[in-house]
Write a protein that binds this ligand. Structure first.
Ligand code: PGA
Length: 232
């Protein structure tokens, strides 16, 4: 089981340091834990979690190693910092920053080639689900990815992200099984995972962990989800 906390644009270096200092005192044996701070907080997180089993990943990564790409960060820069992996293709990047399946493919390939672990996000919008297009969307988003031992997919239905609306176990299981029929990967569930619904979701046969947004920002809720994973 893998539990990844996506901090989004929360926790600058001071708040990240405070969280990491507290997190490293927690007993999280039996679960793989990853935190994904914003870029400016990666260094302090790597430093404070060194020597623990907790890994640090970025929330995005560019495909080139360097170049005229204002505002972007390369795989080798993350490696230099001691970062372990990156999220790629989060729906917020697809919705607000023009991320496409083509750029997700390029970012993923470059990150894997550089030796980073990648959490590639897929998921349908509410409108796509309502018109019965969920499988077509997932097939299209997954088709640009290639199986790799350092790649996991996160199924994050867009309508469940930050909304408090979690996918029902039936919806999550069906989507995870479908993704696995397309690609031989582990699949995390993401979208309003909280301590009170984590155990039920993590117990599903094709759910291999969770990508947690809001509930990863508080130590108590994040560690409660990590502990639910050890019992699944
Ligand atoms: P949420 O976010 O848990 O706040 O819904 C999940 C995500 O965006 O990865």
């Amino acid at each position: 089981m893998l539990i990844a906390g996506n901090w989004k644009m929360y926790k600058g270096p001071a708040a990240a340091a405070e969280f990491c200092l507290a997190l490293r005192d927690e007993d999280l044996r039996g679960v793989d834990v990853v935190v994904c701070p914003p870029y400016v907080s990666l260094a302090v997180a790597v430093q404070l979690l060194a020597g623990t089993e907790i890994a640090v990943a970025a929330q995005n990564v560019h495909w080139a190693q360097e170049g005229p790409f204002t505002g972007e960060i390369s795989p080798s820069m993350l490696r230099e910092l001691g970062v372990y992996g990156a999220i790629v293709g989060h729906s917020e990047r697809r919705q607000h920053f023009g991320e496409t399946d083509a750029t997700v493919a390029e970012r993923t390939r470059a990150a894997l080639d550089a030796g980073l672990f990648v959490i590639a996000c897929v998921g349908e919008t509410e409108e796509e689900r309502e018109r019965g297009a969920t499988q077509d969307v997932l097939r299209r988003q997954v088709s640009v990815l290639e199986a790799d031992e350092n790649l996991v997919v996160a199924y994050e239905p867009v309508w469940a992200i930050g909304t408090g609306k979690t996918a029902t176990p039936g919806i999550a299981q069906e989507a995870h099984a479908f993704i696995k029929s397309l690609l031989d990967v582990l699949v995390l569930y993401g979208g309003s995972v909280k301590p009170d619904n984590a155990a039920e979701l993590l117990a599903l046969p094709d759910v291999d962990g969770a990508l947690v947004g809001g509930a990863s920002l508080e130590l108590d809720s994040f560690t409660a989800i990590c502990r639910a994973a050890t019992r699944s």
